[in-house]
Design a protein around this ligand. Structure first.
Ligand code: ADP
Ligand code: MG
Length: 348
């Protein structure tokens, strides 16, 4: 991973482009100065691809393959699609051990590792309480419901069995009847890793792929670093979208977790109810408002950004500073920006 030891703030540069609707109606693509851009909706978020390849047909193939991969991962890991492997696990694994695919095993094992190193701040069983939240409908569990379901948030109750088919697949059993698993804190990071692999196989050397707040850049932007923005978590107006910090990056995964992505305000307390849940309370994590993690792979950066968000500034920085090749930028509730040891903050 190349993380530049400078963090610089730049003005957003406008780029003009021509918009073309490709064969897949969901996918919008356009070209600008030899770069091919693609945008689509998948995994409940906005997918964005930027890549360079001298052969335009290959470039277009790359964008289509990336969007197809995102759709495949959504079908596999969405808890809301009844036929998905995850929905099937949630339906049956509390009653009996269920065989899981190598891909599910990979995501669950990585999740369990992040749970262990973050002392449970990242926990895919958060969904035992988390699925009672509906941010669009402004719905949240009652205090009684939250407390009653809290014992079902505990990653150590996920029992993985190593003796599956071919010695590879594993079985998983939920050790509590009320457990629900959700991979929303790791699946998009995994998806951008797969997307970059697909592009590399097509011979692409310069690309950026984003799935919502999870991005990964391949190579540089042909002679200069990619600039990945960290959004202002409290923009002065709803229409203001300029990032507050730009990170110049090459060959790096970068994931941001923010309390402004999916939220509503509790009518009684006025508190922001958002989508990052503290597994110890079953309520939205407090203390920081944005966390960006840099790592080699999205599979690490994505869950770590969620973990650091829950841990807060001090514990979060400790965790990241102890991990090789990982850095982070944390914006606390007062708007103060904190940088991990591998980054040099801009001069104040
Ligand atoms: P986004 O999904 O907006 O990219 P994050 O990467 O921060 O944001 O992930 C937040 C998602 O992670 C939530 O929508 C939810 O699916 C899941 N999640 C929330 N809290 C936790 C937690 N404590 N541990 C693991 N996953 C979580
Ligand atoms: Mg995340």
């Amino acid at each position: 991973m190349v993380v530049f030891s400078r963090v610089i703030c730049l003005l957003f540069s406008l780029c003009f482009f021509q918009s073309v609707i490709a064969a897949d109606a969901q996918l919008k693509t356009w070209e600008h100065e030899g770069w091919l851009y693609g945008e689509a909706e998948s995994m409940g978020t906005r997918i964005a691809v930027t890549l360079w390849h001298k052969d335009k047909t290959v470039a277009m193939q790359g964008i289509e393959a990336v969007v197809a991969e995102m759709q495949r991962i959504d079908q596999h890991f969405s808890p809301w699609i009844e036929s998905s492997e995850l929905a099937q696990l949630n339906a049956h694994a509390a009653k009996q051990a269920v065989e899981i695919s190598p891909e599910m095993s990979l995501l669950i094992n990585k999740s369990q590792w992040v749970s262990r190193i973050s002392e449970g701040a990242f926990d895919i069983t958060f969904a035992s309480v988390g699925w009672h939240y509906d941010y669009r409908e402004k719905r949240q569990p009652s205090d009684a419901q939250r407390k009653a379901l809290l014992p079902a948030i505990n990653y150590s109750l996920l029992q993985l069995d190593e003796t599956g088919k071919n010695g590879k697949n594993k079985k998983l059993r939920y050790g509590h009847p009320n457990i629900r698993v959700d991979l929303g804190g790791i699946a998009k990071g995994y998806a951008v890793d797969n997307a970059i692999k697909i592009l590399q196989q097509l011979g692409v050397q310069n690309a950026m792929v984003s799935a919502g707040g999870d991005s990964r850049v391949l190579g540089d932007k042909r002679g200069r670093p990619w600039l990945v923005g960290i959004k202002n978590p409290r923009p002065p107006t709803d229409a203001a979208t300029e990032p507050v910090i730009y990170l110049p990056l090459e060959n790096t995964a970068v994931s941001t977790s923010g309390d402004y992505e999916r939220y509503f305000f509790d009518e009684e307390t006025g508190k922001r109810v958002h989508h990052i849940i503290n597994p110890k309370t079953g309520a939205s994590a407090q203390g920081v408002i944005s966390v960006t993690v840099l790592a080699d792979h999205g599979l690490d950066a994505d869950p770590l950004s969620t973990a650091v968000f829950v841990l807060g500034v001090e514990k979060g920085l400790n965790l990241v500073n102890g991990l090789q090749g990982v850095d982070c930028v944390i914006i606390d509730a007062d708007g103060k920006v904190h940088y991990s040891a591998g980054l040099t903050p801009p001069e104040q």
